[in-house]
Design a protein around this ligand. Structure first.
Ligand SMILES: Nc1ncnc2c1ncn2[C@@H]1O[C@H](COP(=O)(O)OP(=O)(O)OP(=O)(O)O)[C@@H](O)[C@H]1O
Ligand SMILES: [Mg+2]
Length: 286
């Protein structure tokens, strides 16, 4: 009887810990990494910690060259840290992950494929047995969501920069990844197109839930899109400051002009100055 009770408690504990681990979809624990260069090791990440719960949107900001893109490669399993652990769904990352979608500053669409064929590409790799009609239907659904339904037969060069980036976002979401990694995807766009795409991100998130890590240099972008903004220090990067943006659901663009947002932006600006080696350390910094 007593043994059965203990077994039940044990199983309950196990279920709880799995649930707890699922909640923290992305975990970066004490990650340290250096590149081996001809001039010797180049330390890039230093004891970095970050935890992103399922369904949350985390923005990472920090000085140029501090190690942000390196961090995305470690999460995607394209590289492995010298020490520390990267875990997805509680499991240590030991190989590239199919459940990750990525979009970059340069959309890198293939010119010899139409927009529809470009969007389908990840499905050809991740779901090779899926029927062609089903793959096309899934890609069309996303293209319609981002307003590109009339451009699916065009080549990438026939689209504007903003349209190419929309197509690239569709490609990163087509296989329903549970993690979306965005490395400055809006960096090369003009201010109006960028704001359009920010709003589109909220729409996509409402219709296709995912957990996101966004690398950006734009503090307004981080405040408008993220649930949590993490400021990294200068290289070798460590977690310097974490700001929670407590505002669930899609946000109106004019939230950026609220007193609260102005205050958040000022805090982030201060932290970036500290990361760049200027300014004084403030309370709240880690
Ligand atoms: N494959 C590599 N081999 C050697 N050094 C590298 C390699 N990739 C990046 N680095 C160096 O590591 C540092 C961090 O690079 P990373 O691209 O992660 O920075 P970043 O924060 O993304 O920069 P940016 O904001 O300019 O995009 C830089 O000094 C860069 O020169
Ligand atoms: Mg980068």
């Amino acid at each position: 009887m007593r043994r059965a009770y203990r077994a039940r408690r044990f199983l309950h504990g196990l279920a709880e810990s799995v649930e707890e681990r699922m909640r923290k979809l992305i975990e970066i624990e004490n990650v340290t990494h250096a590149y081996r260069t001809v001039a010797g090791p180049l330390p890039v990440l230093d004891n970095l910690n970050l935890s992103i719960p399922q369904g949350k949107f985390c923005a990472v900001v920090g000085p140029s060259g501090c190690g942000k893109s390196t961090l995305t490669r470690l999460i995607a399993g394209l590289m492995f840290p010298d020490s520390g652990e990267v875990r997805l769904h509680g499991e240590r990352v030991r190989s590239p992950r199919k459940t990750v979608g990525m979009a970059f500053q340069n959309p890198v669409l293939l010119e010899w494929r139409t927009i529809l064929q470009n969007v389908i590409l990840p499905l050809e790799i991740v779901a090779p047995t899926m029927a062609k009609a089903q793959k096309e239907a899934r890609a069309r659904e996303l293209l319609a969501m981002v307003g590109l339904e009339d451009f699916e037969d065009k080549r990438p060069s026939e689209l504007s920069g903003g349209m190419r980036q929309r197509a690239s976002l569709c490609r990163s979401l087509v296989h329903k990844p549970d993690i979306l990694i965005l490395d400055e995807p809006f960096g090369a766009l003009d201010a109006f197109t960028r704001e359009d795409l920010w709003q589109l991100m909220h729409k996509l998130r409402a219709e296709e839930p995912f957990t996101a890590l966004l690398i950006t240099h734009d503090l307004r972008e981080s405040v408008y899109l993220a649930d949590q903004v993490v400021v990294l220090s200068g290289r070798p990067a460590t977690t310097q400051f974490v700001l929670d943006i407590d505002m669930p659901g899609p946000r109106p663009i004019d939230m950026l002009y609220s007193t609260q947002s102005v205050d958040w932006l000022a805090q982030l600006r201060d932290q970036i100055e500290i990361a760049q080696g200027r300014g004084a350390k403030t309370e709240g910094a880690i």
